[in-house]
Design a protein around this ligand. Structure first.
Ligand SMILES: *Cc1c(COP(=O)(O)O)cnc(C)c1O
Length: 722
């Protein structure tokens, strides 16, 4: 970073001197994936830590001095403190990172990673779902590997909405305001102490943004924020929320992210060799980069050819709503100043993103990204096939298989998603340095050595923890006096830790078919209330506030949940977020995923579950088509393309019930050893961890991004400067 940029860690705290570095730790999300780091905060005052959503900045500001003093005088605490701080320092100094060992000559290179959302932790709610969590996991892994990477995105001060379900099952949403002073972010300032700003030209005005920095281990994430007095009220709101339905807001946001993001990096002194667009939202970065070169005297054709070589684009969904398109009148309004400067006619500019649709032509962001990126990928093997078909029209002269979109299957960040108790078990049975070899399949064969009893004890512990968490939430809601008794029951007071427990937590978008398991209602009822082998199902997930069919699905599920004949064995948890996701993917027995194939490009929650010894029961879509081996979980339906949707729903529902009745439920309840351990079930758990943990880790994924795409970009610029 540029010498003249000030990066001071804010210090709002007055801490006892002996533990005063907690303030520094609070401003680096490293602790998120280091359980001892979490313990350092939590142990001071556990209830407050939970109340404040595990936000260390808010926590250190609020916790009473007496608790801090007690910690500072507790030898056990201080031991842990010293150990954690040493580990933190060693990590940050990073003398022996994987990247440094493998590519010492590339240490001066820089990768820029742009994303509309980043899901790093529940205390920094600037994400909506899977796309953001993937971006967050990508940064954490880049940090662990020592990749020279920086992220660019937005801080959303009203990014998140809280979900409340009415007694009748209708989703209501409340905006949650992010208090910037309490977030683990630091405002970047110049020499004179003024906030550093960048600007972009929107019709009739400039819009300014300041820049916040989030430290993610060794990696920096820069978040743009237009909430500045120099901007009009409307422009101040530009970075307030994710995914506005107002296309004019949306195009303005995307100009700010793409073009403004490049300007921010330049202003901070970065000259990246690799530009990675996570989805099409940031694709205007390619226009900005071309503009930079045209201003230096190149023609547009030369400029485009040059920036293309070092752009990387990842497409994330075949669902149309996930692929941004703008009507051409908006492109006219926002870019008519820019195409002459690029030396292009209107038509030539529009060509960069042109897509024919049934209702006319539009300007499509993934098209722009594909045209201006040498490297493009989908996020699973099947999604690769689907994407090549979907974007074939851009390469009509090629065969579908030769459309230049490869695939790199998603992964999850092991340290973030693995339960602490399991980590301790792995420390013991996989070897102390197992986290250095996460993507090594050999390492994981040692899972066989974990005694069944120990593994089962941890699994049971995690289920109890989940149920306590759910009960506690239900109690708090009940105590608030705002709840009807039926709502308290629906939120899980009848759950118990001995029944087979299934989790279904994801966005309530129709293609994910949240109601599939309700299709044969009586059959489901018999299944969950069977007194010999009962089953519990926990649902959670939000619908986009504007998605009426999604909200109707929630209502359908909620009505089943409230049906007394279901015996309180169906549950709906309000307000799904990363914290709840951790409890669920660690605590249930079976993770259910039943999208309408092939719409789930990858999915990642099932990977988190598998890592924790939770067995997947999933449609052969996205990652599961690659992960399933016949022994490490269960498949719903065939590995085949759907007939008509209704028929597919019927077939998949039937397959789902049959697997549960014939295979899954008996396997869980029978084959018990003398100490009541389900040995055949545990064999499956071990098979799942052994085969899925290495393959579906971000360790494997980020290394693939590096070897398949980033390195080629870096070599490109090396040749140029040579
Ligand atoms: C992992 C995760 C997701 C993504 O899960 P999918 O399997 O893609 O649905 C969404 N939201 C949260 C909170 C998550 O933790």
């Amino acid at each position: 970073m540029n010498e003249t940029i000030k990066r001071e860690t804010p210090n709002h705290f007055s801490l006892p001197r002996r533990i005063n570095r907690l303030g520094q730790l609070a401003y680096n999300l490293w602790w998120v994936w280091n359980p001892e780091g979490q313990q350092l905060f939590r142990q001071i005052r556990p209830r407050l830590w939970d109340e404040l959503e595990h936000n260390p900045v808010a926590f250190l500001k609020k916790v009473e001095r007496s608790y801090l003093n007690a910690a500072a005088n507790d030898t056990y605490y201080l031991d842990m403190y010293d150990r954690v701080m040493k580990k933190f320092d060693d990590y940050l100094n990073g003398e022996d990172t994987w990247f440094k060992q493998q590519y010492p000559h590339l240490l001066n290179q820089q990768i820029a990673y742009f994303s509309f959302e980043f899901g790093l932790h529940e205390s920094l709610p600037v994400y909506a779902g899977g796309l953001g969590i993937l971006a967050g996991d990508h940064l954490k892994e880049a940090s662990d590997l020592g990749l020279p990477l920086v992220g660019v995105g937005f801080i959303y001060n009203q990014g998140y909405f809280t979900q409340v379900i009415t007694e009748d099952g209708w989703q209501e949403t409340h905006t949650k305001h992010l208090v910037l002073e309490d977030a683990p972010i630091a405002l970047l300032k110049d020499d004179e102490g003024n906030p550093i700003t960048i600007s972009v030209e929107l019709p009739g005005r400039n819009v300014f943004a300041r820049i916040w920095e989030v430290r993610v281990g060794r990696v920096s994430l820069f978040l743009l924020d237009s909430n500045l007095p120099v901007n009009s009220d409307a422009d101040r709101q530009l970075t307030a929320r994710l995914y506005s339905n107002d296309l004019e807001v949306r195009i303005s946001q995307e100009i700010l992210l793409g073009m403004g993001g490049v300007r921010a990096l330049r202003r901070l002194g970065y000259q990246p060799q690799v530009w990675h667009m996570n989805e099409g939202h940031s694709a205007f970065l390619a226009v900005e980069r071309a503009l930079e070169l045209v201003r230096k005297g190149k023609t547009f054709a030369e400029a485009a050819a040059e920036v293309r070589k070092t752009n990387v684009f990842t497409t994330h969904t075949p669902v149309p709503a996930g692929n941004d398109q703008f009507p051409l009148w908006l492109v006219d309004k926002y870019f008519s100043q820019i195409w002459p400067e690029l030396g292009l006619t209107r038509d030539q500019f529009v060509d960069l993103g042109r897509q024919a649709t049934p209702w006319g032509e539009s300007f499509c962001m993934p098209v722009l990204a594909l045209k201006l990126s040498e490297h493009a990928n989908a996020v699973s093997e099947l999604h690769g096939q689907v994407s090549r078909r979907m974007w074939h029209f851009l390469w009509p002269e090629r065969a579908v298989e030769d459309v230049p979109i490869r695939h790199i299957t998603n992964g999850v960040h092991t340290g973030t998603w693995l339960a602490r108790r399991l980590r301790l078990l792995f420390d013991r049975y996989l070897g102390a340095d197992w986290m250095k070899r996460i993507d090594d399949p050999q390492l994981w064969s040692q899972v066989e050595n974990i005694p069944d009893g120990e593994l089962w004890a941890v699994r049971q512990h995690l289920k109890r923890k989940l149920i306590l968490y759910i009960n506690d939430r239900a109690r708090q809601r009940w105590q608030s006096g705002q709840y009807h008794p039926a709502q308290a029951l629906a939120s899980g007071v009848f759950l118990e830790p001995y029944s087979l427990t299934i989790g279904f937590a994801r966005r309530f978008a129709t293609y994910k078919r949240g109601g599939l398991i309700l299709r044969d209602y009586d059959r489901l009822m018999r299944l969950v209330t069977n007194p010999d082998m009962p089953v519990q199902i926990i649902f959670a997930g939000k619908a986009h506030p504007a998605d009426e069919p999604g909200k109707l699905l929630i209502q359908q599920v909620y009505r089943a949940v409230k049906d007394s004949r279901m015996g309180g064995r169906l549950v709906f948890l309000e307000d799904y977020d990363m914290n709840m996701a951790r409890y669920l993917v660690q605590g249930v027995d079976v993770w259910l995923n039943n999208p309408r194939r092939p719409n789930e490009a990858s999915g990642t929650s099932g990977m988190k579950a598998a890592l924790n010894g939770v067995l997947n029961l999933s449609v052969m879509d996205g990652w599961w088509r690659e992960g399933f081996n016949g022994l490490n979980g269960w498949a719903i339906g065939e590995d085949a393309d759907p007939v008509d949707p209704n028929q597919q729903d019927e077939m998949d529902a039937r397959s789902l019930y049959e697997q549960l009745e014939k295979d899954i439920i008996p396997l869980y309840y029978t084959n018990r050893s003398v100490d009541n351990i389900p040995t055949a079930w545990i064999a499956r758990i071990k098979e799942a961890i052994r085969t899925l943990a290495p393959q579906f880790s971000t360790r494997r994924m980020v290394k693939e991004y590096l070897s398949e795409m980033y390195l080629a970009c870096m070599e490109e610029t090396e040749q140029e400067t040579a």
